[in-house]
Design a protein around this ligand. Sequence first.
Ligand code: SF4
Length: 74
Amino acid sequence: MAITRSTDLSLRLDRIACEGHGACAELLPELLSLDEWGFPIVHSATVPPELAAHARRAVAACPVLALRLDRTRP
Ligand code: SF4
């Protein structure tokens, strides 16, 4: 499982659960792209506040719940 940190959010990708649907990378191209097999590559270790809404949409679009956003601050 890859973990990326931001000022207050962590984007977590469960590579075992991921089935390579690609919806996440379409909705969050600033942080994710797809490899040649259609599986996401996390490009940034941060989720800037201005991308938080896009990140939430990407998480919601994942049909197998392989992508999560966790708060890093209470
Ligand atoms: S939407 Fe979910 S299953 Fe599809 S590539 Fe992204 S993390 Fe994987």
